[in-house]
Design a binder for this molecule. Structure first.
Ligand code: NI
Length: 382
């Protein structure tokens, strides 16, 4: 397929997905459209037990090795405020994180790979993953066992304010482990004029919030990166009653297992012991989310070489404490998450976010080349 035709095709595909955003686990029309687009080019769809999202497959000269290229497909509950002529057709739903770009890139890569399927040194699985924004999609895909034979995996995310024609790479941890916590503080309610007759959970909560911040500043190595944010406090409902309980909630972001485990334990210990000191009962709950992404240095170097051979510039990016559930795949499969420059725009998750459509062709060609060359590399290593 010539570049002009490919670019035109990709733009049409992209604009459709941008018009019809769907929230996590609701990507029914999105999945149908992906299926139609793949089947129109005779690309096989695997029979995977997924409610939304799907896995396509391109079979080369031999069954093994197997490489997966992965995109996410869900949108956000944001009301789009761009002036694009293909803006979202649904109020309060928008592809504001570029997942429409990701879908289009993997479809484009699939079209290019299909044209050369008889030359491929193995199998390519095309993973269209649901529910990235809710952090549960990757776990569903892993539970479906569809990736059990995969030798290497590559994912992508758009990155604003890096020029079109450039990609960003980082070896090791690129995004953070994302955990959520809830701390219940149970005191004893009483008349606000007689605080000595109760145990004030709001005073205890404030002590806990302040103490939690000392973990980052006093307990972890200053050269390590971590974050604790208490994002909500609820307690009490009027001015002259001391509440009987209060609740704190927030998030913890870390870049390695050791710090992650330490923060969990230290936060629990501090909260429980502060509660004990004040006579309040503490229930500490921890909800683990995705781990930190862990990009394999060898695959990052490989992807950088492939990109340069495609005429792309490669820049090294710094880690972010945002999360990405691609990290779940990397616990068992080596690979890399690549950032695709899309030019100057509003930030991700902003109601005016927009990509440069000119970057689509770079991304589609890059992911086609990554799959093709990773199969060659793996074949020579087996
Ligand atoms: Ni995203």
């Amino acid at each position: 397929m010539g570049n002009d035709l490919l670019q035109k095709t990709l733009e049409e595909v992209f604009e459709w997905f941008h018009r019809y955003p769907e929230l996590p686990d609701e990507e029914v029309k999105t999945t149908d459209q992906i299926r139609t687009l793949l089947q129109n080019r005779n690309i096989e769809i695997l029979d995977a037990p997924l409610n939304t999202g799907l896995v396509g497959i391109i079979r080369g000269k031999k069954a093994k090795p197997v490489v997966t290229i992965r995109c996410d497909i869900d949108a956000l509950p944001i009301h789009e405020e761009t002036t694009l002529d293909y803006k979202s057709c649904t109020d309060n739903k928008m592809h504001a994180c570029g997942h429409d770009f990701h879908i289009t890139s993997i479809i484009g890569a699939a079209y290019l790979l299909k044209e050369i399927e008889h030359e491929l040194e193995g199998t390519v699985k095309l993973l269209f993953q649901p529910a990235e924004e809710s952090s549960h999609g990757a776990e569903k895909v892993i539970a479906s066992k569809v990736l059990e034979d995969v030798d290497a995996i590559f994912g992508l995310h758009v990155i604003p304010n890096i020029e079109t024609g450039r990609i960003g790479v980082i070896a090791g941890n690129g995004t953070a482990a994302v955990d959520r916590f809830i701390i219940e503080v149970e005191g004893i309610g009483c008349h606000a004029a007689h605080p000595n007759e109760g145990i004030d959970p709001i005073v205890v909560s404030c002590q806990i919030v302040t103490a939690l911040q000392t973990i980052i500043s006093r307990n972890i190595n200053p050269l390590d990166q971590a974050l604790i944010s208490v994002t909500s406090i609820h307690g009490g409902n009027t001015w002259n009653v001391i509440a009987s309980s209060a609740q704190l909630e927030g998030t913890v972001r870390t870049l390695n297992h050791k710090t992650r485990d330490y923060l969990h334990k230290r936060m629990k210990d501090l909260s429980e012991n502060i509660g004990k000191a004040f006579g309040a009962k503490i229930t500490f709950q921890w909800f683990p989310g995705p781990p930190a992404t862990n990009n394999d240095p060898a695959w990052v170097a490989f992807a950088s070489d492939v990109a340069r051979n495609q005429g792309l510039k490669v820049v090294t990016i710094i880690p972010t404490l945002a999360g990405e559930d691609f990290a779940y795949y990397q616990e068992n499969i080596k690979g890399a998450l690549i950032s695709i420059g899309i030019g100057a725009t509003y930030p991700l998750h902003n109601s005016r976010f927009a990509v440069d459509k000119g970057a689509l062709i770079h991304s589609a060609k890059l992911f086609s080349a990554l799959a093709r060359h990773a199969l060659i590399k793996l074949s020579t290593e087996i």
